[in-house]
Design a protein around this ligand. Structure first.
Ligand code: SF4
Length: 360
């Protein structure tokens, strides 16, 4: 979990409301004027959702739920790089008003923050949760109840934050909650560094992918987020041995974003201003161009639709161990942020979420 996971650093937004009759341009088939239904409901009805959850569960022993592919037997009590046990640990769940406006609306985004993380970003603002594992044990049934509670409170979506190491639990909880009436879109709020095989299992379950693209250069990803190649004994097909420390992060993240876009397409707001389906990309501008912002934004423009929703984030702060690394030991300046925005516009991206530069 990095600082892009916790919040976009926004103020609460109050300009949108939920309109159950709004047209939903991202709706998957059927009558575009009909009531919207998340993809996982159909899979629940057919029994497929539970099967997908079980398929993910089986990838926990040996664990291949993220590109680390640690190969530990989590069901037998072992823990890998992320330190996540097989049982859920949840830090908090609540309506969140700091996410992107089309996710927040009036009722907030219904966030569930999972403890532990498969990355180790040295600038993480939530390191007590991501690396320290702060949180409380919960069952899959508890998670289903949390989802339903967020719906009762008027949230517009279920936003699972740092979900990769708990994807089996999330899908199995969705299956329970769908049976009990959950009808909110599922937001998969991820660091973007995902295992392609896992994303394919999630096809049709996730309505909105909210994914980071942090680094253009794999060496930066290795230094600042410990993204290194997995143990070759536990590799699956695409996360193959051809990846070195210099390409394991950018290549897998690019493949993940392409797959996410294939599954859910462009994130366009419905008539009520909310997004119900699509890919939303976040890029955090870092000092001294550590993230490679212009290259990332040009790649997005060249390989994804030009109207892909891209949030260019300005709120980098040197938290946790960032002071040990001179290149990232300060906030960004106005010029650095503007250069990233200019690069996105020059590349032809037209659906930018530009926060403006702010001092925090
Ligand atoms: S870091 Fe990834 S592969 Fe390793 S135990 Fe955690 S989820 Fe599994």
């Amino acid at each position: 979990m990095s600082d892009t996971h916790r919040t976009t650093g926004r103020s609460p937004h109050q300009h949108q409301g939920t309109d159950p009759n709004a047209r939903h341009p991202g709706k998957d088939g059927d009558d575009p004027n009909g009531p919207w239904e998340p993809g996982y409901v159909k899979l629940h009805r057919s029994g497929e959702l539970k099967k997908r959850g079980e398929a993910l569960w089986n990838r926990m022993s040996p664990c291949k739920l993220c590109p680390r592919s640690c190969g530990v037997d989590r069901a037998d009590g072992e823990t890998g790089f992320c330190h996540a046990p097989s049982d859920l640990v949840i830090s908090s769940f609540h309506p969140h008003y700091g996410e992107e406006p089309p996710l927040v609306g009036r009722g907030g985004s219904g966030t569930v923050f999972f403890s532990h993380c498969g990355l180790r970003c040295v600038f993480c603002i939530n390191h007590e949760i991501s690396m320290g594992g702060e949180g409380a044990p919960a069952t899959i049934e508890d998670l289903a109840k949390m989802m339903l509670r967020l719906q009762q409170r008027g949230c517009h979506n279920i936003n699972v934050v740092t979900p990769s190491h708990y994807s089996p639990h999330i899908v199995l909880a969705l299956d329970i909650a769908a049976e009990q009436g959950l009808r909110l879109p599922l937001v998969y709020n991820t660091c973007g560094w995902e295992q392609l095989e896992i994303l394919r299992i999630l096809d049709g379950i996730v309505d909105i992918y909210l994914a980071d693209f942090k680094y253009w250069c794999g060496e930066m990803a290795a230094i600042y987020s410990s993204c290194v190649p997995p143990d070759p004994r536990f590799l699956e097909s695409e996360a193959g041995a051809r990846y070195s420390a210099t390409d394991i992060y950018p290549d897998l993240t690019k493949m993940a974003l392409l797959e996410m876009n294939r599954q859910v397409g462009v994130a366009h707001p419905a008539d009520d201003g909310l997004i119900y389906r699509g890919l939303m990309v976040r890029h955090l501008v870092m000092p001294n161009n550590v993230g490679g912002s212009a290259d990332i934004l040009r790649w997005i423009a060249a390989n994804l639709p030009k109207d892909t929703y891209v949030n260019i984030m300005s709120q980098y702060r040197p938290m946790y161990r960032a002071h040990e690394f001179p290149d990232i030991a300060r906030r960004i300046n106005r010029d650095e942020y503007q250069q990233a925005v200019d690069a996105a516009q020059d590349a032809g991206l037209v659906n930018l979420d530009v926060q403006g530069f702010r001092y925090f």
